[in-house]
Design a protein around this ligand. Structure first.
Ligand code: ATP
Length: 397
């Protein structure tokens, strides 16, 4: 990472928007070589926005991740420990992401299956992470677009994720938010590598905090995270088990009408291999899923162990085409997920005073279940409570 440098726009030309997250916007960029001259080196610039009253916002009540002791300086990434309690929820998340990315650069990069960070800039609008560009699309998008899809293809995906996790875990980094939308292909080629990204909720040390699962779906969240237990690298192995289950069936293992019910099922490890869907899937794959989806984290295999499993290596993974029904279910699961993600990102990313109206519009126009609406409201209230009470009052009207 560069140390002394000018402004982002002096060194990169910023182009189209690639995507938006709850607290971020990601744009394509091109490195300028000499002055304004452009190189062919394209990057992704993820801008982590500060919003609400920013660094001077009200004190969060939760136990936010304790930052590693870092050098003094003016950037948020090196904020002094004593100031940590004064930052808002959005700043806590963005600071955490920067700290974890720094640790990745120091201990993991370059790794074919983990996103690389090239540079960091900070200005009034927030922090800009200059990242490796992944132009090959999200994991499930690519799978549903494939003409041929087999267990062997799914095993190749699991292998890449496990390789990335093994490197992260070796560096004591737990991702904690592993899900298909955080796995992007580097390019559009058929044999493109898959990259793990989005370290906003990750941890360098072992600790728990209430932020996990606050904004997104709990589909991939481990029982120990839901019960606020000790989070270790095995939490990522659970999430990988959920991803694998969906890859081979097209639906999630824990499925319920309400989030509360779903939470109970996850915590009890209550799922099954429905005969109609699973009859053609190899017993080796089912055995692997059963190992990963064990409530006791100590019983789950590590990423290293997974890499030696016969199905993951490809030896026992079937080569035949997977049933078309699986792919079509995966397609609708993916489409529903995208709609929800867009709704939530839209609420979170709009300006504080516009959020209430946005939320009302979204709640009125989208096909969300009552439970999802309640969750959205609860999360929205929590966010407002951290930074802007006026908005909360307006919401309560
Ligand atoms: P949230 O904060 O709500 O969890 P997020 O953190 O998953 O959202 P981001 O990581 O900000 O969202 O990414 C938003 C979108 O930008 C992603 O869905 C992805 O499509 C795109 N994106 C992120 N990083 C890259 C990258 N390195 N290359 C290409 N596209 C990217």
């Amino acid at each position: 990472m560069g140390q002394e440098k000018g402004k982002l726009c002096e060194e990169y030309e910023i182009l189209d928007i690639l995507g938006r997250g709850g607290f971020s916007v990601v744009r394509r960029g091109i490195k300028k070589t000499n002055g304004d001259e452009k190189s062919s080196h394209q990057v992704a610039v993820k801008t982590l926005k500060r919003f609400g009253s920013g660094a001077s916002a009200s004190t969060p009540s939760g136990n936010f991740p304790r930052p590693p002791r870092v050098g003094t300086g003016k950037t948020i990434a090196s904020m002094e420990f004593s100031k940590w309690n004064q930052i808002s929820i959005s700043d806590a998340l963005l600071t955490n992401e920067i700290l974890v990315m720094r640790k990745i650069v120091e201990n993991v990069s370059p790794h074919p299956n983990v996103i690389d960070l090239y540079d960091v800039y900070e200005d009034q609008s927030g922090v800009h992470l200059v990242l490796e560009l992944c132009s090959g699309g999200e994991l499930f998008d690519r799978i549903v677009a494939q003409e041929r899809y087999s267990e062997a293809g799914a095993a190749a995906v699991v292998r890449q994720i496990a390789q990335g996790l093994a490197a992260l875990h070796k560096a004591n980094i737990v991702h904690r938010d592993l899900k298909p939308e955080n796995c992007l292909f580097l390019n559009k080629s058929e044999d493109s590598t898959l990259k793990i990204m989005d370290f906003g909720l990750s941890s360098v040390e072992e600790f728990t905090d209430p932020v996990v699962g606050l904004f997104g779906s709990i589909d991939y969240v481990s029982p120990e995270a839901l019960s606020q237990g000790k989070i270790t690298s095995k939490a990522d192995m659970w999430s990988l088990g959920v991803i694998l289950y969906i890859l081979l069936s097209g639906y999630p293992p824990f499925f319920a009408q309400s989030n509360r019910q779903k939470q109970q099922m996850i915590m009890a490890g209550e799922y099954n291999f429905d005969e109609r869907t699973w009859k053609n899937i190899s017993s080796s794959a089912k055995h692997l899923i059963s190992n990963l989806l064990q409530v006791d984290p100590d019983r789950r295999p590590s990423a290293e162990q997974l890499l030696a499993h016969p199905w993951v290596i490809g030896d026992s993974a079937k080569q035949e085409q997977i049933d078309a029904e699986v792919v079509s279910r995966l397609q609708s699961f993916n489409a529903r997920r995208k709609l929800r993600a867009a709704a939530i990102a839209s609420v979170l990313s709009s300006k504080v005073l516009l959020r209430t109206k946005k939320l009302r519009t979204l709640l009125g126009s989208h096909d969300l279940t009552k439970e999802e609406i309640d969750n959205l409201k609860t999360n929205f209230k929590k966010i407002c409570a951290k930074g802007d009470n006026a908005t909360l009052a307006e919401f309560e009207e």
